[in-house]
Design a protein around this ligand. Structure first.
Ligand code: NAD
Ligand code: IPM
Ligand code: MN
Length: 357
C-alpha cells in the first residue's frame, strides 16, 4: 500500500531540516518495507506569498485533502511577511480546515543531553503536552473599531465549544490511560479568566468521571510554568487550551535542553482529513542559512507520522536511532544547541545511517 505524503518545507530552517526528515524517513521506509510517496509543494512559504500575494493557492484544500499525511517544516519570515498573515494564511488554515484538533507534543529529556535544570536526568522529564488546536484563544471572532482615533478598540474573543473542549480532554484522558503513571494535569486560569476557564475546569471534572483510574490535577498556568521548571517529574499528560498548550510546548522542550528536538503531531483522529507533522520550532531566522539547525524535531515528527500511519515499530526505531546518536555524544556530529559543532546534515546523516543498518 502506497502512503502519499505532502511535503511543505516552508521558510528558513524549515527548508534545511526537511531534507534530513526525508532522509531518515526514506531509510526507515526501506528497512521496514513501507511504501512512501513524497510530493513537494512550494506553497505555504513567505517566498510563495511574495510572488502570489497569498500563502496558499485557492484550491489548496482540494490539492491536499487526498494525502495520507502532511509533513511540514516551519513557516514565517517576519521581515518579508507579517507573522499573523503568513501563519493565519497557512499552518492555522491547515489545522482548522483539516480539523486537526489534537496537537500532540512529546517532551522528553534524551540521553546525552544536559538539561538546563540542575540535576535532571533522562527519566525525570518524560511527558506529553496535549494542546487543543482548532479553537480557544486562536479565534477569528473579534475586530478593530474606531481605528486611528484615540477611541481605538481591539477585541478577540476566546471560543470554547463543548465539542471542542470535550474531544481534546477525551484524547488526553485516553492517552493517560496508556501511560504507566496514569496521570493527567489540566492547565487552567479560572481564577482570572472568569468564563471560559471555569468552563474548561467543569468539563475536566465531568470527563474525569469516566476515567476513575486516572489521577487528575490542575494548576493555573502561571504556577504551572513554574512547576515545569521546578518539578518536571510531576508531569505525565498535560492538557491545555490552544494558547496555554502553545506556551507549555516550548517551555517543556527548553527544559530538555533545546526546542530543536521537539516534534509535534497535528491530528485529526477520525482520519476524515490528513494529519500534519512538524517540529515545534519555527523558521529560526537568526540561524537560517548557516546549516546548523538541529534536524531532530523534524525527524522525530516523521517518526510520529509513521506511527500515525500504523507503523509503530518503524516510528520507535526512528526514536531509538535519535537516542543512540545523542548518547554517543560525538561533537563533530551533534549541532550546537546540543553541545556539538556539527551541522544539520552531519546529525541527520548519522541518524539515517543508524536506520539504514
Ligand atoms: P523559533 O522557534 O523559530 O526560534 C526560537 C529560537 O530557537 C531561535 O533562537 C532559534 O535559533 C532556536 N531554534 C529553533 N529551532 C531550532 C533548531 N532546530 N535548532 C537549533 N536552534 C533552533 O521561534 P521564533 O524566533 O519565535 O519564530 C521565528 C519565525 O517562525 C516566526 O515567523 C514565527 O512566527 C515562526 N514560527 C513558526 C512555527 C511553525 O511553523 N510551526 C513555530 C514557531 C514559530
Ligand atoms: C506552534 C507555533 C504556532 C502556534 C504559530 C507559529 C502560529 O508557535 O506551532 O507552536 O502558535 O500554534
Ligand atoms: Mn509555538
Amino acid at each position: 500500500m502506497t502512503h502519499r505524503i505532502a511535503i511543505i518545507a516552508g521558510d528558513g530552517i524549515g527548508t534545511e531540516v526537511m531534507p534530513e526528515g526525508i532522509r531518515a524517513l526514506e531509510a526507515t521506509a526501506k528497512r521496514f518495507n513501507i511504501d512512501l510517496e513524497f510530493t513537494t509543494f512550494e506553497f505555504g512559504s513567505c517566498d510563495y506569498y511574495l510572488e502570489h500575494g497569498k500563502m496558499l493557492p485557492d484550491d489548496w484544500f482540494e490539492q491536499l485533502k487526498g494525502f495520507d499525511a502532511l509533513f511540514y517544516g516551519a513557516v514565517g519570515w517576519p521581515d518579508k511577511v507579517p507573522d499573523h498573515i503568513s501563519l493565519w494564511g497557512s499552518l492555522l488554515q491547515f489545522r482548522r480546515r483539516f480539523d486537526q484538533y489534537i496537537n500532540l507534543r512529546p517532551c522528553k529529556l534524551m540521553p546525552g543531553i544536559k538539561s538546563p535544570l540542575a540535576g535532571r536526568e533522562p527519566g525525570d522529564i518524560d511527558f506529553y503536552v496535549v494542546r487543543e488546536n482548532t479553537e480557544g484563544e486562536y479565534s477569528s471572532v473579534g475586530g478593530k473599531m474606531f481605528e486611528g482615533t484615540d477611541r481605538e478598540v481591539v477585541i478577540q474573543d476566546t471560543v470554547m465549544t463543548r465539542t471542542g473542549v470535550d474531544r481534546v480532554l477525551k484524547y488526553a484522558f485516553e492517552l493517560a490511560q496508556t501511560r504507566p503513571r496514569k496521570k493527567l494535569t489540566s492547565a487552567t486560569k479560572s481564577n482570572g479568566i472568569s468564563i471560559t476557564m471555569p468552563y474548561w475546569d467543569e468539563r475536566v471534572v465531568e470527563m474525569a468521571k469516566g476515567y476513575p483510574e486516572i489521577a487528575v490535577d490542575k494548576f493555573h498556568i502561571d504556577i504551572l510554568t513554574a512547576n515545569f521548571v521546578l518539578h518536571p517529574d510531576w508531569f505525565d499528560v498535560v492538557v491545555g487550551s490552544n494558547l496555554f498548550g502553545d506556551i507549555l510546548s516550548d517551555l517543556g522542550p527548553a527544559c530538555t535542553g533545546t526546542i530543536g528536538i521537539a516534534p509535534s503531531a497535528n491530528i485529526n483522529p477520525e482520519g476524515h482529513f490528513p494529519s500534519l507533522f512538524e517540529p515545534v520550532h519555527g523558521s529560526a531566522p537568526d540561524i537560517a542559512g548557516k546549516g546548523i539547525a538541529n534536524p531532530i524535531g523534524q525527524i522525530w515528527s516523521g517518526a510520529m507520522m509513521l506511527e500515525h500511519l500504523g507503523y509503530k515499530e518503524a516510528g520507535d526505531a526512528m526514536v531509538t536511532a535519535i537516542e543512540e546518536v545523542l548518547s554517543e555524544g560525538d561533537a563533530t556530529v551533534l549541532t550546537r544547541d546540543v553541545g556539538g559543532e556539527g551541522t544539520t546534515a552531519s546529525l541527520g546523516k548519522a541518524i539515517a545511517d543508524k536506520l539504514g543498518k
